[in-house]
Ligand binder design. Structure first.
Ligand code: CP
Ligand code: NVA
Length: 314
């Protein structure tokens, strides 16, 4: 892979991202066929979780096992990080023992500090600023259901949060138009949006954002760490719920995505998330396949040779 770490979607090139998606589809097919594919035998992934997780933990842990390796789960409560051991020291120690590290944390800077001192690849499993693994899986899901996303229009409805920032990066890397429908005060990172140029626009009217969209995406109104703002946010975001009426503004073949966990009746109506245009279960499953492609590429890197999938890791 042409980058050592995967902290954001912009750490690597569009070509590498496309290769990862093709590889993810190959790995998905192999698993469906029951073919054992274990290029990471003897390799270990360290996983540091400072926030809760269902999908990220299980997909990385299961993914490593399916690739023949192992994963170790650590949280602040059961490591010295929780007792104040510096991130830099933890990085130097862990990276002498494992082959890659996945981190879910609050400040994105923690990931950057860890990566600066790590001798092995570091993967962002979600920070307050980005969630690149999820959006990689989203891109795989769109590709599977509707083909290339290049030139298409994506509507992001709701908070300008970590997922939204990763969608801005994806708009640049995968070359699609992104319309963000969010209330004032909840905009995504303005610098990031500016870097994306005309591809990205912010709208106060969610219907305007959804008009003619090929993909409609939303996420929770209060992210992890913002629990005490829940009430306040419910009021601010009330007009930004993804309803059937909002979906009707999108194109006829538009699909709906949500990274999950979801709150039916808040950011999305049950009719939408449980309806025929929702691809959220494939989206969740694809975390496994997309991250297996990523692990293979980061851990094996340039030393990888063509294997039983017929393609080299990105
Ligand atoms: N979408 C996602 O990252 O889910 P978890 O919080 O369950 O890992
Ligand atoms: N924006 C959400 C995503 C959860 C997967 C959060 O950070 O809590």
């Amino acid at each position: 892979m042409d980058s050592r770490h995967f902290l954001t979607l912009c750490d690597t090139t569009p070509e590498t991202l496309h290769r990862l998606l093709r590889r993810a589809q190959d790995l998905k097919a192999l698993r469906r066929q029951g073919v054992l594919h274990e290029p990471l035998r003897g390799k270990v992934l360290g996983m540091l979780f400072e926030k809760s997780s269902t999908r990220t933990r299980v997909s990385f842990e299961a993914g490593m096992q399916q690739l023949g390796g192992n994963a170790i789960f650590l949280s602040p409560g059961d490591s010295q990080l929780g007792r104040g051991e510096p991130v830099e020291d933890t990085a130097r120690v862990l990276s002498r023992m494992v082959d890659a590290v996945m981190i879910r944390t609050f400040a994105h800077e923690t990931l950057e500090r860890f990566a600066a001192y790590s001798a092995v690849p570091v993967i962002n499993g979600l920070s307050d600023s980005y969630h690149p693994c999820q959006v990689l899986a989203d891109m795989q899901t769109y590709l599977e259901h509707r083909g290339s996303i290049q030139g298409r229009t994506v509507a992001w409805i709701g908070d300008g949060n970590n997922m939204c920032n990763s969608y801005i990066n994806a708009a640049r890397q995968f070359d699609f138009r992104l319309r963000i429908g969010c209330p004032e005060g909840y905009d995504p990172d303005p610098e990031l949006a500016a870097q994306a140029g005309e591809r990205v626009s912010v709208h106060r009217d969610p219907a305007e954002a959804a008009d003619g969209a090929h993909l409609v995406v939303t996420d929770v109104w209060a992210s992890m760490g913002q629990e005490e703002q829940q009430r306040h946010r419910e009021r601010a975001f009330a007009p930004y719920r993804v309803t059937e009426a909002l979906m009707a503004r999108a194109t006829e073949d538009a699909v709906f995505m949500h990274c999950l966990p979801a709150h039916r009746g808040e950011e999305v109506d049950a009719e939408v998330i449980d309806g025929p245009r929702s691809v959220v279960w494939d989206e969740a499953e694809n975390r496994l396949h997309a991250q297996k492609a990523l692990l293979e590429a980061l851990i094996l890197g340039a030393t990888a040779t063509e294997d039983d999938t017929g393609r080299q890791p990105a």
